[in-house]
Design a protein. Structure first.
Length: 173
């Protein structure tokens, strides 16, 4: 279980106060820093929930992505692109998943140099169990009411759209 730090003060609020004295308005800094802090907290919660399944959240994401694909397999470069991670990180995750028996590699028939990652039946079973652990945890957001989760998604989506994360001319797929 993730142990709370139990700090005697909110470090982001304290930084915001200092920021305002030295640089001016701090609302953007507070919000952005809070997003990073929450990311760290959520990843720690996810890793705790996934540890019994011998997964990290990064490896879990790869497995879920493979289960979402029509054929249960994807090129490594597509995995990296969809998860926004460096090719080396994809290779490392795939290596670990292959070693665990959750994924197998095969040459990509459409790309002579490419490799496909294919989820195995054991991989599908561990995704089901791991997903249950994360949903039981409400993906770490149990402290946030449902309507606020929707609002939070909408706010963060605006940031993603503003950064060009998704082509706004495409549909929901």
């Amino acid at each position: 279980m993730v142990r709370p730090l139990g700090l005697p003060f909110d470090p982001i609020e304290r930084a915001g106060q200092t920021w305002e004295k030295r640089f001016g308005p701090a609302s953007s800094m507070r919000a952005a820093t809070s997003v990073f802090r929450v990311q760290q907290i959520l990843l720690a919660r996810f890793d705790d929930a996934l540890r019994p399944h011998a997964l990290t959240f990064a490896r879990y994401e790869v497995l879920v992505l493979l289960t979402f694909s029509r054929t249960g397999e994807l090129p490594l470069k597509v995995i990296g692109s969809r998860l926004m991670v460096h090719p080396t990180s994809v290779t490392n995750a795939i290596d670990r998943l292959v070693a665990a028996g959750y994924v197998r590699r095969r040459p990509n028939p459409d790309d002579g140099r490419g490799v496909l990652a294919c989820i195995t039946e054991d991989g599908r079973q561990v995704v089901t169990a791991a997903t249950s652990a994360l949903t039981d945890l409400d993906f770490g957001l149990a402290d946030v009411p449902e309507d606020e989760r929707t609002a939070l998604f909408d706010i963060l989506r605006r940031v993603r759209m503003g950064a060009g994360d998704v082509d706004e001319n495409t549909g929901p797929d």
